[in-house]
Write a protein that binds this ligand. Structure first.
Ligand SMILES: Cc1cc2nc3c(=O)[nH]c(=O)nc-3n(C[C@H](O)[C@H](O)[C@H](O)COP(=O)(O)O)c2cc1C
Length: 161
């Protein structure tokens, strides 16, 4: 039998960025959670994925939504990353946010991707949510990095050629 805590330590050896996945429920209330399972899947057309735990409180909204946003957090948004992974009842109440075209957006993020739902794939205790990117923004500020349970600041990106 696999030792789950030890397995999580093995996964922690893979550094990632940190996102807040956000959407509205059927009543128009914003919901969001911290997620590092984000990845780019396809460039043309632009498709991304994120894995969401079925046991989470945000899952009902994400399993029914048409649109969701990926807010890629900047290095100084560590507190937000922890807030959106906490037990707080309504995470948006004390959070500065703006209404995107059809999704809640977090100001100060390194990048924001607004997506329509491309498809959903069942994956045991998680669901893989695939999104077609319909709008995006990004700014050249260092992103937040997560590795072995700790948050770091990524180096300032160099200008693209
Ligand atoms: C750095 C970090 C990354 C996380 N990545 C994910 C993830 O990719 N998918 C997920 O379902 N939960 C992830 N979590 C856990 C959720 O943020 C956390 O369980 C949250 O409380 C779930 O909220 P909910 O119960 O309100 O849905 C992550 C937590 C942290 C701190």
């Amino acid at each position: 039998m696999m030792d789950v805590r030890d397995y999580r330590r093995a996964l922690g050896a893979f550094p990632t960025g940190v996102t807040i996945i956000a959407t509205y429920d059927a009543d128009g209330a914003p919901w969001g959670l911290t997620a590092n399972s984000f990845t780019s899947v396809s460039l043309q057309p632009p498709v991304i994925s994120v894995c969401v735990a079925k046991s989470g409180r945000v899952f009902p909204a994400l399993s029914q939504c048409d649109h969701f946003a990926v807010n890629i957090l900047s290095a100084d948004q560590k507190d937000l990353a922890m807030h959106f992974a906490s037990d707080v009842e309504n995470r948006f109440t004390d959070t500065e946010w703006t209404a995107g075209t059809a999704t809640p957006l977090i100001p100060g993020a390194s990048a924001q991707l607004e997506c329509t739902v491309h498809s959903r794939v069942d994956a045991d205790d998680h669901e893989i949510l695939l999104g077609r990117v319909v709008n995006y923004t990004h700014v050249p500020i260092p992103p937040l990095v997560y590795c072995r349970g700790a948050f770091f600041s990524a180096p300032q990106p160099e200008a693209s050629p």
